[in-house]
Design a protein around this ligand. Structure first.
Ligand code: AMP
Length: 132
């Protein structure tokens, strides 16, 4: 059983922030910033490619509620939502989860920026490939 299924089954402890019928939010054990929280489906789904629409809606509703709780209790005004799918995308735990990462000034939490100039030929080709 995966580590997040064990949290859902109360086999290992967690710091729960919000819970609904199908979703759970709890503090990430390794706080990127203060209040870093994970939202997961109670059903074991590995990643977004396996996620069904109803579960996705339930998770996003839990993300909204959890973000409001963090906003109220920690007085945060800025937040990143992060969701890694697959090992090349940085997914370590194979149970779908969305990171809620509150942002503060000078919190030394960096995401890679891609500073390329837009290439409109490439964008047009890509758009054709995806939409045709
Ligand atoms: P990811 O790289 O997107 O798969 O992120 C997995 C996250 O799960 C990491 O930020 C870990 O710190 C977090 N994590 C792993 N085990 C636990 C645990 N037992 N309780 C809370 N968070 C955990």
């Amino acid at each position: 059983m995966c580590v997040f299924c064990k949290i859902i089954n109360n086999e290992i402890p967690s710091y729960k922030i919000y819970e609904s019928e199908h979703a759970l939010a709890f503090l990430d054990i390794s706080q990127n910033t203060v209040g870093h929280t994970l939202v997961i489906p109670k059903k074991h789904v590995e990643n977004i490619f396996e996620l069904d629409s109803d579960t996705g809606k339930e998770i996003f509703d839990a993300v909204l509620k959890t973000t409001q709780i963090l906003k109220e209790k920690l007085n945060i005004q800025n937040v990143n939502l992060l969701n890694n799918n697959g090992s090349l995308a940085g997914q370590v735990v194979g149970h779908y989860h969305i990171h809620i990462i509150p942002r503060y000034g000078n919190d030394e939490c960096y995401f890679k920026e891609c500073p390329h100039e837009p290439n409109f030929d490439e964008l047009a080709k890509l758009h054709k490939r995806i939409t045709e």
